[in-house]
Design a protein around this ligand. Structure first.
Ligand SMILES: Cc1cc2nc3c(=O)[nH]c(=O)nc-3n(C[C@H](O)[C@H](O)[C@H](O)COP(=O)(O)OP(=O)(O)OC[C@H]3O[C@@H](n4cnc5c(N)ncnc54)[C@H](O)[C@@H]3O)c2cc1C
Length: 272
């Protein structure tokens, strides 16, 4: 049985923020709902209100400028990201990682921002966004703030977000435009599945940036390396930075092993 809640919609951001100023503690906003409604059904959250972001104007846009970089609106679905021409040409690692997220049908609903706010250690969008240097834009009736993604996620499925705030967009900085990139994800099956461990890597301007998912409570961004660094140097840094667990899906030992394998493969495959 699904817990009973009231479904609310707001035509403008100001109206939504005024509602959250009053009812934020008893409300969950949602976009695709592919995480939220699973959690409601499982009894993990029991909001009195669920507020649909899709009806709010101005949250759907993907925009790009050479100066600011890529802006991904809160309601941008994963498939909209994949088919966006600028993303495909200028931020290929986002397209590659997004194609690993669930099935085509689910990607038609699931949003990039929803994936980031869920803050699951195995979320497919977080590692590539960390490599690219991404800020999270948070808005409430109190004002707007911009937080680096690495600080926004504070633990397993926890973030800095306050009850009266929403994420309006992600800003993928201009610093890594045109970076070559790759993403490797270990799954239990050949089809679509949550990542057991995953590595994102980009190379640009003589540098390599690497982020790892499902190997620590939060995704791990390593320090920058030279694009022609030895894989062994990056592997050593990765092994010191991660703290994988044993669980029903994998042992910590195998997670560590696959991180090394993916770093070596990605360093060979991705050319700057
Ligand atoms: C069958 C299945 C397979 C899946 N496979 C994968 C997979 O392979 N890889 C993967 O990474 N994930 C996977 N997921 C998880 C999920 O689909 C993704 O995390 C998805 O991107 C979530 O987006 P959404 O728009 O549906 O989020 P929602 O469910 O709408 O929201 C998720 C959470 O974020 C909050 N939220 C959403 N938008 C905002 C906002 N703008 N401001 C503030 N808070 C917000 C909500 O309150 C909620 O807590 C899977 C889920 C299912 C059901």
């Amino acid at each position: 049985m699904l817990h009973e809640f009231s479904y609310v919609t707001h035509p403008s951001l100001d109206e939504l923020l005024a509602f959250l100023a009053e009812h934020g503690d008893e409300t969950r906003v949602f976009s695709g709902g592919t995480d939220l409604f699973v959690n409601i059904r499982a009894g993990l959250v029991s909001p009195r209100y669920v507020a649909d972001l899709k009806t709010v104007a101005d949250l759907h846009e993907i925009a790009f400028s050479e100066r600011e970089g890529l802006s991904i609106g809160a309601c941008t679905t994963v498939n909209e990201l994949i088919t966006n021409k600028t993303v495909r040409e200028r931020y290929p690692v986002l397209r590659i990682a997004a194609e690993e997220l669930a099935t085509f049908q689910l990607r038609n609903r699931a949003t990039v921002v929803g994936n980031v706010v869920t803050a699951s250690p195995c979320g497919d969008m977080t590692s590539p966004l960390l490599c690219l240097g991404t800020d999270v834009v948070l808005v409430s009736a109190r004002g707007e703030r911009r937080v680096p993604l690495g600080e926004f996620i504070t633990g397993v499925k926890t973030t800095q977000i306050a009850a009266d705030e929403i994420v309006t967009r992600l800003i993928v900085g201009a610093g890594q435009i045109d970076a070559a990139g790759g993403y490797r994800k270990l799954k239990r099956i050949k089809g679509h599945d949550l990542g057991v461990v995953a590595v994102a890597l980009i190379k640009t301007k003589g540098k390599a940036r690497v982020a790892i998912s499902s190997a620590a409570p939060t995704p791990v961004l390593l320090p920058e390396f030279a694009a022609d660094a030895l894989a062994a140097e990056i592997q050593e840094s990765a092994q010191a930075a991660i703290s994988p667990i044993d669980d029903v899906r994998c042992t910590s030992e195998y997670r560590r092993f696959m991180v090394d394998v993916y770093i070596r493969r990605l360093m060979e495959e991705v050319s700057a």
